[in-house]
Design a protein around this ligand. Structure first.
Ligand SMILES: [Zn+2]
Ligand SMILES: [Zn+2]
Length: 350
């Protein structure tokens, strides 16, 4: 079986290199810029400029010493009304990492209030807090780690109730996940010369080892692109009081041994392939000892016309064959074969 040698496409998204000067607007805030017109300001890349016109296009967060910011407003920024310096005050933070600032003129009545973060449309939830919870969730940390990090970094007290953020993040990640899998499946079909009978690799994983895990995930990846095209999450854990009559909110979707999770998940994924991606997974690559393939073959999901074919994983084959060869060598140790040589290849002296 030829292994796919295709190199995966680079991920999209912007990563700022060390040498790149991304924030041109900050450099422009020196006092002499005020005299020059917009055309004379050299902006290397309009997308990298964080001016008022293109907010929402790029979000770049920065940890800033507020004393420096206050110094800039005092010495290098002038009041719109009377040209005097401005005093920066921090309002007591009540919304986690988002800080509210007030600018006061030293001379006149001029006052301006602003927040360090944008809000989600129509809510009191700030983007920076959502992103912070997302970041901690991504590295597997919770509220305790969140507090410690902020304390050491001299940041404001972060949000401690993760629940509302979790719900929003779950909805967002679910939507992104579904659309990227749709895109990946389309790509896989195109790579397969627009034939929607594609080759996939199936594998299951558990939260814990040793077949006692309550949670398992089965993933199906395209053999042509290496991208994930479907996942199935199986959950054995049930918190219902009545184990015979489950609550409607019960998240448990699997009964049986943890080992059977892979079988059930793979079957679920294969059964919905036509409705989800309008594709058939007709070539199956999985572990040699996988029960999942047997179950799929037995169910004859796509009918007799499109039978699922099993591909042998070269890595698994090598492991099994290598093990047997090593065992044979051990068994034949010291024995001379009919041609007078030993199995190990070493010369025989007797
Ligand atoms: Zn003023
Ligand atoms: Zn339940």
């Amino acid at each position: 079986m030829p292994l796919s040698t295709r190199i995966f496409k680079k991920r999209s998204g912007k990563i700022y290199k060390k040498s790149e000067k991304a924030v041109t607007q900050v450099e422009n805030s020196s006092p002499n810029v005020q005299q020059t017109c917009a055309k004379e300001r050299k902006i290397p890349n309009i997308d990298d400029s964080f001016s008022a016109e293109n907010t929402g296009k790029v979000v770049l967060n920065s940890i800033i010493d507020v004393n420096i910011l206050a110094g800039v407003f005092k010495n290098f920024v002038n009041c719109k009304n009377c040209n005097s310096g401005l005093e920066l005050q921090v309002l007591k933070s009540t919304s986690g990492l988002a800080v509210s600032f007030i600018l006061n003129c030293f001379q006149c009545e001029y006052i301006h209030e602003f927040s360090s973060s944008e809000f989600h449309g129509g809510t009191q939830i700030t983007n920076v807090n959502t992103r912070y919870v997302y970041a901690l969730r991504s590295i597997g940390k919770g509220a305790e780690a969140c507090l410690m990090f902020c304390a050491v970094m001299n940041l404001p007290r972060p949000p401690t109730r993760f629940q509302e953020y979790n719900k929003r993040l779950l909805n967002a990640t679910r939507a992104v996940c579904e659309s990227t899998m749709q895109k990946a499946a389309k790509e896989a079909i195109v790579e397969n010369n627009s034939d929607n009978n594609i080759a996939v690799a199936v594998d299951g994983t558990w939260q814990k080892r040793g077949y006692t895990s309550h949670n398992g995930v089965v993933t199906v990846t395209s053999m042509d692109t290496g991208k994930v095209i479907d996942v199935d999450v199986l959950n054995k854990y049930c918190a219902c009081k009545n184990k015979k009559n489950h609550d409607t909110s019960c998240k448990s979707n699997f009964r049986g041994s943890s080992g059977m999770m892979e079988v059930k998940g793979a079957c679920n994924i294969f059964k919905r392939s036509l409705t989800f991606h309008n594709a058939r997974y007709t070539k199956y690559l999985g572990d040699g000892d996988s029960k999942a393939f047997e179950a799929i073959a037995k169910e004859n999901i796509y009918g007799d016309e499109f039978q699922v074919e099993k591909l042998e994983c070269i890595g698994h084959l090598m492991k099994c064959m290598g093990e047997r060869l090593r065992r044979l060598k051990e068994k034949m140790k010291g024995q001379v074969l009919s041609d007078g040589k030993r199995l190990s290849g070493k010369k025989s002296f007797d």
